[in-house]
Design a protein around this ligand. Structure first.
Ligand code: FES
Length: 101
């Protein structure tokens, strides 16, 4: 089971392979991100993935299109509700506007 570390809090949680990053974030006790119930439509669950990116599910067209519409997107960006974990551990950074900081 991959271990997901959520920054800036540093909380970490083990979740099943195939779980989404968003499910891991919620399991770590963070508040919910986004407003579309994980449908990949609101963009509110935009996070940076610092480690473990290669093991995540590939970006599909809808996620790519949504990311294209978000300010501040970079090469580490994913929508947490769309990125599924592979076997590797991952480190996720919640972004200021979505973590309530
Ligand atoms: S929760 Fe809306 S895009 Fe992920």
């Amino acid at each position: 089971m991959p271990l997901v570390t959520v920054n800036p809090s540093g909380k970490s949680v083990s979740v099943a392979e195939g779980a989404t990053i968003l499910e891991a974030i919620l399991a770590a006790g963070e508040k919910s991100l986004g407003k579309c119930d994980g449908k990949g439509q609101c963009g509110g669950c935009h996070v940076f993935i610092h480690d473990g990116r290669k093991s995540l599910s590939r970006i599909q067209r809808e996620e790519n299109e949504r990311l294209d519409s978000i300010v501040g997107v970079g090469s580490k960006s994913r929508l947490a509700c769309q990125a599924k974990l592979g076997a590797e551990n991952a480190t996720v950074e919640l972004l200021g506007f979505s973590s309530g900081i």
